[in-house]
Ligand binder design. Structure first.
Ligand code: SF4
Ligand code: SF4
Length: 339
């Protein structure tokens, strides 16, 4: 079955995107980490445990994703993972650029980590390294090999932009060769450095992929990869005018936690101090209005309000006030199970 299934938002599961530090060894061109908004500190093990405790009640239904920066730079990552498993989180994923510092793989067991999730943004060294930095392609492939040979499951995330979409079709054979279990195609969001690049207006580098090209290529490549037995997930991005729009901020349970204590419900809000929750003295509290939650309530013909505010170049209008299509919530995904 190669028909994509829209992964509907569910209030019955929670996703916790926990940035345990913002430090990183790489300087990717599209990095969304914004130290001014997210902090520059690494959280202590004690603080991480305290913040995890705020979500412990529903832990069995909670997917924990540990992120950075580069989370393997955190010297206590293995202890964080073990504590998360003991807390009973439904799944634990560690996102990494592949460098796997502090001998991470030797300090955790395959039953403690559901997935190591690697980021690669090109099927060739040349393209990937032009985005993520010299040496990052080889380091990522070596990290994947080591991870899989030690019995862990591995995912791969490919962030599609105008500078690497031409290599997406080449990813299928590479994923198969590497033994990847899940493939995530991501759309570049205009956040962090990518937002800056776009705003300085390098005409030669419009990072976002036009709608026609996205619709022609992404579902087709996803189907091809899934046929090789690799479950493939990609964002829906565009909705026809008659398709139902939902804002995950209202109907789903996602938390994006940063080391400065800010907790967002929407990733597109992360460049602005409009987080709706905040850890204060290790207690998760609602922030004062105005905040992102006020934006979630707005009903506009273009679909996602934040998209219209931060990346309106995604939209096209038949006439003023009448968009040709809607932009879906950036968290709405299509999934094609590997067969
Ligand atoms: S590996 Fe991730 S956190 Fe590090 S620079 Fe690249 S995108 Fe940013
Ligand atoms: S991306 Fe748009 S639709 Fe999704 S949570 Fe944010 S504001 Fe809501």
């Amino acid at each position: 079955m190669t028909t994509p299934k829209t992964v509907a938002f569910s209030k019955h599961s929670t996703n916790l995107f926990f940035h345990i530090l913002t430090q990183c060894n790489l300087k990717c061109r599209h990095c969304y980490i914004n130290p001014q908004q997210h902090g520059q500190n690494a959280l202590s093990l004690a603080t991480i445990k305290a913040w995890m405790a705020a979500f412990a009640e529903n832990s069995a239904k909670t997917n924990l994703i540990l992120l950075g920066g580069e989370p393997t730079l955190h010297p206590d990552l293995s202890l964080i993972v073990k504590h998360a498993r003991n807390t009973g989180f439904g799944s634990i994923t560690v996102d990494t650029n592949g460098y796997l510092f502090h001998d991470t793989l030797a300090k955790v067991e395959p039953q403690e980590v559901d997935y190591f999730s690697f980021s690669l943004d090109g099927a060739t060294r040349k393209t990937n390294d032009s985005i993520r930095g010299d040496g990052s392609f080889d380091a990522c492939l070596a990290g994947i090999e080591k991870t899989i040979s030690r019995g862990f499951a591995a995912s791969l995330i490919y962030t599609v932009s105008s500078v690497n979409i031409h290599e997406l079709e080449k990813m299928g054979p590479l994923l198969k060769e590497l033994g990847i279990h899940r493939f995530f195609i991501q759309v570049i969001g205009l956040r962090g450095k990518a937002a800056h690049q776009q705003s300085v207006g390098a005409v030669s580098e419009r990072l976002q992929v036009p709608r026609a090209q996205w619709l022609e290529m992404i579902p087709r490549v996803a189907r091809e990869v899934a046929k090789q037995g690799i479950t493939t997930i990609y964002p829906k991005v565009f909705l026809n005018l008659d398709e139902h729009f939902e804002c995950a901020g209202l109907v789903a349970d996602n938390y994006f936690i940063f080391p400065n204590g800010r907790v967002y419900r929407c990733p597109l809000c992360e460049d602005f101090p409009i987080h709706s929750l905040q850890f204060r003295e290790n207690v998760l509290e609602k922030t004062a209005r105005f905040n992102e939650a006020d934006l979630f309530q707005l009903n506009i013909p273009e679909g996602c309000v934040m998209n219209k505010l931060v990346q309106p170049q995604n939209l096209k209008y038949a006439c003023p006030g009448k968009p040709e299509y809607k932009i879906a919530c950036c968290l709405l995904k299509e999934e094609i199970r590997g067969q």
